[in-house]
Design a binder for this molecule. Structure first.
Ligand code: SF4
Ligand code: SF4
Length: 368
């Protein structure tokens, strides 16, 4: 492990850029912390934190200059691997018929800064879907192979976090090139860095740093241990798959359906949700056609539309139930893991504040 100070962040960015990486990181925009391209450490949310609860998100000034003193916001890294909207191919009419060409964009070399443990688990889940299954998504695979990941160990938990219940955090222990723990108090401000790959070790060796002392390592570990004890929410996952399968007609589904707006916010912010739709766009002459893929949601009527049948999930109840049982039950059958990493985004960004942990709890406490 190596220790460097605040100025080491800019050295890290410079070094990554010199290797051809575009640096993307948390930054403040539109009163939220989102992920976007940054140039220097001053573009990071230095001195900011967030307050989150069901249906509530607020930015607030911290009383220190912490760089990573907040939790996950409305964006997730999936927007780089599975872009919200992407042209896949296009066709042009010519004298012989038509010519088709691949329009998938080339992957970018991206350095992701500040990836949390739950987000590494979410990427691993999407890897199962897009790389490890029968159908490989070529763009996802190529983009995944062009990432340099700098993880950050969480120094705090939001009221909506429940990664401990899902065994997905808060300590990042796989899937990164570098992992940083930020240590800050009235007298010190430094980062304890650990390499998780050869590429990470090479970058770390190029930074002005010194071997971490035993005290610095102990302090860094204590920060993550403190975060474990501060989880905002818990979820009892014991037997959750059969619990949901056995309660498909529980009255709680009607209760939550009365509150759910079917807006799809939960699926948009969720780092594991992966459903998409495709559309054909032609020009006015009909000579040129494009095939676009964009995020979809199981909360829309069109999502379950079957020709000749219409939408097979026409009620709010059936759509919410589909979403939640997929996360905690059918995902296990389909991919061998939970579809939820406990990041809490769907709780924070749900306009009426529907809390997935509360919905499971209500069914568990009073099963039919
Ligand atoms: S659960 Fe909340 S965020 Fe999801 S569709 Fe319903 S109202 Fe929207
Ligand atoms: S279901 Fe909610 S808590 Fe779970 S990974 Fe998705 S957004 Fe995060």
């Amino acid at each position: 492990m190596q220790t460097f100070d605040f100025s080491g962040l800019d050295s890290l960015f410079l070094q990554l850029k010199s290797q051809g990486y575009e640096v993307v990181a948390p930054t403040v925009r539109d009163t939220a912390i989102v992920y976007d391209a940054v140039n220097t450490s001053s573009d990071l949310p230095v001195g900011w934190t967030d307050e989150q609860d069901a249906g509530r998100y607020r930015l607030k000034k911290r009383d220190d200059q912490a760089v990573f003193g907040y939790n996950v916001g409305p964006h997730s890294w999936k927007k780089y691997l599975l872009p919200p909207r992407m042209k896949l191919w296009e066709a042009q009419r010519d004298k012989k018929g038509f010519t088709m060409s691949d329009a998938t964009p080339p992957p970018r070399k991206l350095a992701l800064i500040g990836v949390r443990s739950c987000e590494l688990h979410a990427m691993a889940i999407q890897d199962t879907v897009f790389i490890e299954g029968a159908c490989v998504d070529p763009f996802y695979k190529a983009q995944r192979e062009n990432l340099f990941i700098v993880a950050v160990q969480c120094g705090q938990a939001a009221k909506t976090c429940f990664c401990v219940s899902m065994n997905t955090g808060p300590k990042a222990d796989f899937g990164y090139d570098l992992a940083l723990t930020e240590v800050i108090d009235d007298t010190v401000h430094y980062f304890v860095a650990e390499a998780g790959s050869d590429a990470g070790a090479q970058v770390l060796s190029g930074l002005e740093s010194k071997p971490s002392t035993e005290t610095e390592k102990t302090v860094a570990e204590a920060i993550v241990a403190r975060t474990v004890s501060k989880m905002g929410r818990t979820l009892d996952t014991q037997g959750i798959k059969s619990l949901l399968y056995e309660n498909l007609e529980h009255p709680r589904w009607d209760d939550v359906a009365a509150r759910c707006l079917t807006c799809g916010n939960c699926t948009a912010v969720c780092p594991t949700c992966f459903c998409t739709t495709v559309e054909e766009v032609t020009d006015l002459t009909g000579d040129h056609s494009e095939h676009w893929r964009s995020w979809d949601s199981c909360f829309t009527m069109d999502f379950s539309f079957i020709h000749g049948e219409g939408s097979v999930r026409s009620s709010n109840k059936s759509r919410y139930r589909q979403w939640m049982t997929h996360k905690f039950a059918t995902w296990h059958d389909q991919f061998g893991s939970s579809g939820c990493v406990g990041c809490g985004r769907c709780i924070t960004w749900c306009p009426p504040g529907i809390d997935i942990t509360e919905e499971v709890k209500a069914i568990r406490e009073n099963p039919v």
